[in-house]
Write a protein that binds this ligand. Sequence first.
Ligand code: GLY
Length: 592
Amino acid sequence: MLTQTRNYRYRLLISGIALAALTACSTATAPAIQSAPPATQAAAAAYDHDMDVFHPVIARNGMVASEQELASQIGLNVLKGGGNAVDAAVAMGFALAVALPNAGNLGGGGFMMVHDAKTGKDVALDFREVAPLAASRNMYLDEKGNIINGKSLFTHSAIGVPGTVAGMAHAAQKWGTQPLAKLIQPSIDLAEKGFPVSETLAKVLRQETRNMGKWEASKAIYWKDGAPLKPGDLLINKDLGNSLRLISRDGAKAFYEGEIAQKIVADMAKNNGPMTAQDLREYKVVEREPVRGTYRGYQIVTMPPPSSGGAHLVQILNMMERWPLKDWGHNSAQTVHHMAEAMKLAYADRSEYLGDPDFVKIPLKGLTSKKYADELAKTIDPNRARPAKEIKPGKPQPYESDQTTHYSVMDKAGNIAAVTYTLNTNFGSGIVAPGTGIMMNNEMDDFSAKPGVPNAYGLVGGDANAVGPRKRPLSSMTPTFVLKDGKPWLVTGSPGGARIITTVLQQVVNAIDFGMNPAEGAAALRFHHQWTPDELRLEKGFSPDSIALLKQRGQNVAVKAAMGRTQSIQIRNGEFWGYSDPRNPDGKTLGY
Ligand code: GLY
């Protein structure tokens, strides 16, 4: 019970967090707080309920956290049936393609961070989409060199060669213990029997009326009586069930060379899309070395390029390490100002240096070096926001030595899988390849179509992220592990386009600097700065006096929609503590 005797700072924290959750859930139909009592008496004793406002889900044997309860249930069943974290993650990857069709996918791509308990190794599995062979630098420009509106977003030219099916199959084969067919079966059942559309999904479907309404194959699945499905309508996708059945029978080959490939290529040919049978056949996943850093004695293990996420997460943390955030206070004007200035510097570097590491040389060691962070931090004025136009990308070289979804799984053997994968914007291109039930991505928009011109997330880029055949577009997805004394301590990640990096940053800082449990960390108000536009974006609920202080320092404050939806699991007292971000009421953390 909270009492009147709590000190003032603690009460401030409570009111900030409560307001955050209230704000974030104002349109929700489900309660914001997941009611999962500690699994055991011992867990209840170890967990100091008296101090925390938001309680995580607690379990002893394994845990899954995702944005869709049906997918979490499928993952939990895999763990309970003896599968490991990667088995569960693969089953959930297929399940989200059915149950969270605006972001979960077979027609997109993403990243899986794996911690293999047996070998102690961390691997970053890259199943990002690649540009077709026929892609070219100026493919989204007209003859005058201007961007052709919507071409990189809502046409067949927006679609990158999908990586998800290859990624899931690779993970299952390399780190899993169960046959792929067994992991896919629950998703076949879900696609064929259907499930009721939630308020959240119905809202996204409504928002995409124009984009999806152009395509008969998309409407045949997601519309009824001439309009997008409504809350409570049954969503059945028999074609997707059939595609899943083919993958379950023939493995990834079904998608890249078999019947599914033929249908995708036929639709491309009919609509002047550049992707060919060769592009699909030659798609490859890549195992990469994670980006590593340290922060206040914790080890950060996170996603390398072609995501910018890990590099800039570590870069910002390196700048922040010198500041006594705990003394300054969570979300105080002082803390927010300093973090925002550090974010700006990192996003300026992102625009210049980040791209596909197989095509461009990225000064990764420099970007993540403590000495480079020292140099950058010297340029931050504690009392004045530097206008974005004053900031240019730095020189890390000398230091060389929306829609998306994230889910996290930990098992009792100590394996971890953290997956962020995506179609890019909600429902990607809006195009279902006829006869497959598979929604195709619009990931090509993550390239910089023209240097200096912002993409769907307002991000600008340069040569490093120019379009090129077989290149992977730059991402911000940041599936991340935090280790303590070399042992897994926190796994987290989020959707949110450009805001993924700063969302993950704040979940990490809330845990390390402010000692918040995953529920409190997720419910806390978020902020974001990405250099351009020169705007400090705040969630609704920051106090008027903090906003006034930030404005006094010259920050261009804009109060906007909620940011990010973390799915986090932490190890505390030998137990799993997890939480699904309250900003999506459909999310669910389950353990056993
Ligand atoms: N499409 C969003 C990202 O990859 O960052």
